[in-house]
Design a protein around this ligand. Structure first.
Ligand code: GRF
Length: 329
């Protein structure tokens, strides 16, 4: 399937633009080409386009102190867009209402993110402050198609966020923003997969019929990180999952059967394994043996801790394992 050529429109901070750029980098938006970023002023968020080498254009709304008429400005923007064969426009903090001609030209190809649960607190640039002043207990964010009436197009997805008694404009905005950064790429992904269908005012989301129900991975750290990015796992918790995903098989040599039995018990208690020679339990000869410790990185880390508190030479074994694993632990 052909990729979706995306244009993002911004006027300010650009954190949603950044979330989209990151989602493309992580492979989550694998069917999206970010073709161009458009701003109507020197927006701070342009820095993300520059950093990612995405073409950007500032189509100034105010020229020499004079505001350009909205229709005229829209036309100038359309001229820029024509060069890029755009399939989808994502408004991300674009502080200007698009006019009829523009919306007609890109009908059902323009989406917007709004920091409230629409239709509440629509048509404003300070939905979060209004929500606090109104005293609502739940707010959130909405991604919707853009129609002529502001913030009123069919809703693609929403996320509800609690409003706390002690919230102010800033704390609530930040909490909502966190989820904006999740649902906006999600909505763009569904669009790019052709899964959105309009049924009157309703946006129906088609199931992905092509999806392979189960896929498997060999442990290759880079590939697993890409896979985590692709399903939208937050980067901050990658390492926790990696520790459980990374397999280790260690040969521990020259130990006694008693030590081997303790290692096996500890590994079983941790959900891992330890392969031992068949006659270990009966081994009365006290001949040194070797065992294979089988587990993931997290289990081995825990084993090291446990062995440090065990008798015989097990603290020494713990030390050796720890050294052997070196910087991987
Ligand atoms: C976001 O809160 C968005 O919902 C609203 O404008 C804000 C833009 O923030 N439409 P950013 O520029 O993406 O950081």
């Amino acid at each position: 399937m052909e990729k979706t050529n995306l244009a993002v429109f911004i006027s300010g901070r650009g954190s949603n633009l950044k979330a989209i750029i990151d989602a493309i980098k992580d492979g989550y938006l694998e069917k999206v080409n970010l073709k161009v970023v458009i701003a109507n002023k020197e927006a701070h968020g342009l820095k993300y386009a520059k950093e990612a080498n995405v073409p950007y254009h500032v189509v100034y709304r105010i020229v020499k102190g004079e505001k350009i008429q909205k229709e005229q400005h829209d036309r100038e923007v359309m001229e820029v867009l024509e060069k890029y064969n755009i399939h989808l426009i994502a408004l991300a903090g674009y502080d200007q209402v698009l006019q009829k001609e523009f919306i007609n030209r890109y009908r059902w190809k323009i989406i917007n993110i709004h920091p409230s649960l629409l239709p509440s607190f629509s048509g404003t640039l300070h939905g979060q402050k209004d929500a606090i002043e109104y005293g609502v207990k739940v707010s959130g964010c909405t991604v919707h198609f853009v129609e002529e009436s502001v913030d009123a197009g069919p809703i693609i997805t929403q996320f509800a966020v609690p409003v706390k008694d002690e919230d102010n404009d800033e704390t609530l905005s930040n909490r909502i923003l966190e989820y904006e950064h999740i649902i906006y790429p999600k909505a763009i992904k569904m669009f790019s997969e052709g899964r959105l269908r309009l049924d009157g005012r309703k946006v129906m989301i088609k199931k992905d019929m092509n999806v392979e129900k189960v896929t498997t991975f060999r442990f290759e750290s880079d590939k697993i990180k890409i896979a985590m990015g692709a399903i939208g796992v937050s980067k901050g918790v990658f390492s926790t999952f990696m520790e459980k995903a990374e397999p280790f098989v260690l040969s521990v040599n020259d130990i006694t059967s008693r030590e081997a039995t303790i290692i096996k018990q500890e590994m079983l208690a941790l959900g891992g394994e330890c392969a031992i020679p068949e006659d270990t339990i009966l081994n009365s000869t006290l001949l040194p043996i070797s065992v294979l410790v089988i587990g993931n990185k997290m289990q081995i880390k825990k084993l090291i801790k446990k062995l440090k508190a065990q008798p015989f030479d097990l603290p020494l074994v713990a030390d050796k394992i720890s050294k052997k694993m070196g910087r991987t632990i």
